[in-house]
Design a protein around this ligand. Structure first.
Ligand code: AMP
Ligand code: MG
Length: 482
């Protein structure tokens, strides 16, 4: 008997089987491994050759122990509620237990229609799946909690979008796929029984300490608030714009999930939006902390019956917490910014840090200053003592010239090394991502592999990957649901 490739233990289906629908992935007609994440496979204890993986991670064969299901969820999309979304092109194969004992969802994306597909074809194109692979690995290398891709397999099918495109299946590894929208699905149906089971399950899986709280549901809400506030603060630190922060794309685990129209900001501009469908700028860079609060309010609404059986008291308990989210986020953001600016931890000096951080943003705004390069050049400026390293990034550096001495006065002796360790040199630059995906779609993986190598060593200066798009690149536009 051969050893199973994954050590499956499918607790979600066991505990909450009524919330998902058993449905097999479509078998890929001619699976071909495009990229296999050997490092992640080793961490998960997965024992598959690439050829086996191509079949088992594309629906052509099912790994032993897999129990494929489509999960139900609802969600607010751009503020409007859809009571039924669910996995329309994804199959949860199950949960794998890694050698270190950690539990991970193994899910296919682009693996065919499910009962939740509505009008969609259930498929995904190679370019967007490689984009998710790249972005997840970049975020992971930046130390930001994220789902990751184990593989992208070309299916051998041609799918239709604006034109014909190669089809592909991505294997997504997640702490879980429990979303704010999962809670909303059962709340919208007044199914308090399932809501309670889902809450208990989520606590046991992600926040076991909450089980001992006087109100486990309130404790869960607080734990998710803390995790999400920290996550969004980290996004803001690296200039990441998720692009579609719908409640179905917010994971209870606190991981970044669903890389669709996301991109990294180049020049600092709070209103930056890349997504082609975000006309109102709802998910613009600077709105992300507000949407954090908005989405958590939707989670609180869903949990109300578990906060307190008395509806008025439940609302009071929720409101008391919602009123603290902005402050919690701000504290997380300040912690991120203190790290980025190598501000030391003394309490006396720290009182001014908030103003120092806010004033840096004010000095950068409207000046074309690249978000990523500015912080790297601050490291150079501390080494040389010359402001010339950073001022040329600004069209009008007057405010920055005033800011620099205030900042220098707050720095400790090891500032250059701390700055270099806290601020990436390499992020997935929009023009390079687009070029790599276009080449990959045409059959040439070399630019993608080189870019992947670069973004997974983000603190190493690599001249070919340092600069933002040249002026002629134009406004970058990203697309959803492709
Ligand atoms: P997303 O924009 O990827 O977060 O997806 C939003 C919803 O649309 C989810 O319920 C997806 O399962 C569904 N969806 C996206 N693309 C497709 C597709 N090609 N076929 C079926 N459902 C899809
Ligand atoms: Mg989604």
């Amino acid at each position: 008997m051969t050893k199973p490739a994954f050590r499956f233990d499918n607790s979600y289906v066991r505990a909450l089987g009524g919330t998902c629908l058993a449905t097999p992935p479509d078998p890929a007609p001619a699976p071909r491994m495009v990229i296999y994440n050997h490092a992640l496979a080793a961490r998960l204890g997965v024992t598959l050759t690439e050829a086996e993986a191509a079949r088992q991670l594309s629906g052509a064969a099912l790994p032993d122990g897999a129990e494929p299901v489509a999960q139900a969820y609802a969600g607010h999309q751009f503020g409007g509620f859809s009571p039924q979304l669910g996995d329309g092109r994804a199959h949860l194969l199950g949960e794998c237990i890694a050698p270190d004992g950690s539990r991970h969802d193994i899910a296919l994306k682009g693996s065919g229609r499910t009962p939740f597909s509505r009008g969609g074809d259930g498929k995904a194109a190679l370019g967007p799946m490689l984009r998710e692979y790249l972005m997840g690995e970049a975020m992971h290398a930046l130390g930001i909690p994220t789902t990751r891709a184990l593989a992208v397999v070309a299916t051998g099918e041609t799918i239709l979008r604006d034109g014909p495109l190669p089809g592909a299946v991505l294997t997504r590894i997640a702490a879980s796929h429990i979303r704010v929208g999962t809670f909303q699905f059962f709340s919208a149906r007044n199914d308090t029984e399932t809501l309670r089971a889902l809450t208990g399950y989520t606590i046991a899986r992600h926040y076991p300490a909450c089980a001992d709280a006087e109100s486990p549901a309130l404790a869960l809400f607080d734990a998710v608030t803390a995790a999400q506030a920290r996550l969004i603060a980290q996004w803001m630190g690296v200039g990441f714009i998720h692009g579609v922060m719908n409640t179905d794309n917010m994971a209870l685990s606190g991981e970044t999930i669903d890389y669709g129209p996301c991109a990294f900001m180049d020049a600092y501009a709070p209103g930056t939006v890349f997504s082609s469908i975000d006309h109102g700028g709802r998910y613009a860079y600077a709105n992300q902390p507000l949407i954090l609060g908005w989405n958590l309010a939707r989670l609180a609404e869903a949990l109300l019956p578990l906060f307190d059986p008395d509806a008025d008291r439940a609302v009071d308990l929720a409101n008391a917490r919602l009123g603290t989210i902005a402050g919690r986020y701000r504290a997380e953001w300040l912690a991120v910014m203190r790290g980025k600016l190598a501000l030391d931890g003394t309490a006396a000096a720290a009182a001014d840090d908030a103003a120092l951080c806010d004033d840096l943003l004010a000095a950068m705004e409207g000046q074309g200053a690249d978000w990523t390069l500015t912080y790297r050049r601050l490291a150079d400026a501390t080494l040389t003592g010359q402001d010339g390293a950073v001022l040329p990034l600004f069209t009008d550096p007057a405010a920055m010239r005033d800011w620099l001495p205030r900042w220098r006065a707050r720095l400790g002796p090891d500032a250059p090394a701390r700055l270099r360790a806290a601020n990436p040199a390499v992020i997935p630059r929009n023009h390079q991502v687009e070029a790599a995906l276009a080449a990959a779609t045409a059959g040439d993986m070399a630019p993608f592999l080189a870019l992947l190598r670069a973004v997974t060593a983000p603190y190493t200066e690599q001249p070919a990957y340092l600069l933002p798009a040249p002026a002629g690149f134009g406004r970058h536009v990203t697309y959803c649901g492709t």
